[in-house]
Design a protein around this ligand. Sequence first.
Ligand code: PXP
Length: 256
Amino acid sequence: MIRLGVNIDHVATVRQARRADEPNPVWAAVEAELGGADGITFHLREDRRHVNDRDAESLRRVVSARLNMEMSIAPGIVRIARRLRPTQCTLVPERRAELTTEGGLDVRRFQRRIAAVVRALQRDGIETSAFIEPRKDQIAAAADCGFDAVELWTGRYAHSRRPRQREAALTELEIAVVEAGSLGLHAYGGHGLTYRNITPVASIVGFREFNIGHSIVSRAMFVGMREAVREMKRLIELASRRHVALIENEQLSDAR
Ligand code: PXP
């Protein structure tokens, strides 16, 4: 089964547009769980532009599915993560000027600092994941740092307009999933995934989890969070069942 982590940051973004007390991202998390989300993902940014410390604490108390905290390696944020103890921490790059996380973390460049954070989180029983570009050098660096998983940046695939670019981006992801597996890392994916583009990615054998925010929260405005999550779960399930059927077919024809 491929897990679906629902990123609820955008719900807090709407709240912060008015500095009001609604909509509540914790309610969104509960609704997402009721729709079948396997996890809730949130990003506690240093500038607290959407999710704030109080949300993070409420999420920790209320969410019964996996809780995945996206975060930078800033010492203050690491301290909060260690106190909060979510199921998993995903280390991401963070720049104040960006609209959302752009591209992956350069694990190779900051390897020593990152490895120290990974060790500290793991000592507290927190699973660790690195949000990286689907590149061999970054996957190897993530393995060297001792991460449990890599979340492969699916942005190149999601943003490519031409079929050939899309195919190339899919192949890059496919190779990266195999590479991660060979180094003992779980392979997750995220960024820019939508109801329209999820099927080819979810058909790649080896992905264990997708983290999706913008598209699900956007759809939730019209059909409600539970239904939006149900629909995405179903697409992921259908895609992964299709590849199981393909493998079984191949095994049958090999046996003949
Ligand atoms: N995964 C990571 C690590 C992210 O930073 C984000 C964006 O916050 C997502 C997944 C979700 O991306 P999107 O909102 O494009 O679905």
